[in-house]
Design a protein around this ligand. Structure first.
Ligand SMILES: [Fe+2]
Ligand SMILES: [Fe+2]
Length: 177
């Protein structure tokens, strides 16, 4: 089975997406243990989205007849000093992923691999949304850090990060279709 350098780089991104999944589960569990159910629910939801991203990439590798390797991931951060730091960590992670996604699109273009370049377009759009959502949340959390219930109310009201059905989203491996 072949492995292009894009395929190799996309396998690395699968590991990054699974690591993001683990980090968001860790953040959700942290907020859950602090009895902040809206913050917990938000991060449980984000975690599932990251898993989907990983599985969309696995599906693409399979469809493109590239080697798809299910990776191990490093342990996530599980201890947090205050209500703000998990969201700050999440925003930094989303910004890092945006750079990684842009790098993958650039690599595909450089290799004249137009189907891979096109595959990356959905993720570019997704990262713009995720950075915007996490930036909004960070502002709210910073403003209300002494009043955690205000943050909970905000999340309950705004349904932050609750994306509707996106028919243009790539199918994750194992999800049918
Ligand atoms: Fe992601
Ligand atoms: Fe993300």
């Amino acid at each position: 089975m072949s492995q292009s350098s894009f395929g190799e780089a996309l396998n690395e991104q699968v590991a990054n997406e699974f690591a993001a999944h683990q980090q968001y589960v860790a953040i959700a569990v942290h907020y859950d243990s602090e009895t902040l159910p809206q913050l917990a629910a938000f991060f449980y939801r984000q975690a599932l989205e990251e898993r989907d991203h990983a599985m969309m990439m696995v599906r693409y590798l399979l469809d493109a007849d590239e080697r798809a390797v299910v990776p191990g991931v490093a342990a996530p951060q599980v201890e947090f000093g205050d209500v703000v730091s998990p969201v700050a960590l999440a925003l930094a992670q989303e910004k890092r992923v945006t750079e990684q996604i842009n790098g993958l699109a650039a690599l595909a273009r450089q290799e004249s691999d137009y189907s891979s370049e096109q595959f990356m377009q959905w993720f570019i759009k997704e990262q713009i949304e995720e950075v915007a959502t996490m930036s909004d949340l960070l502002r709210v959390v910073e403003r209300s850090q002494e009043r955690a219930m205000d943050i909970e109310d905000y999340l309950a009201r705004e349904q932050l990060g609750e994306a509707g059905d996106d028919p243009t989203a790539p199918h994750p491996a194992g999800a049918g279709g």
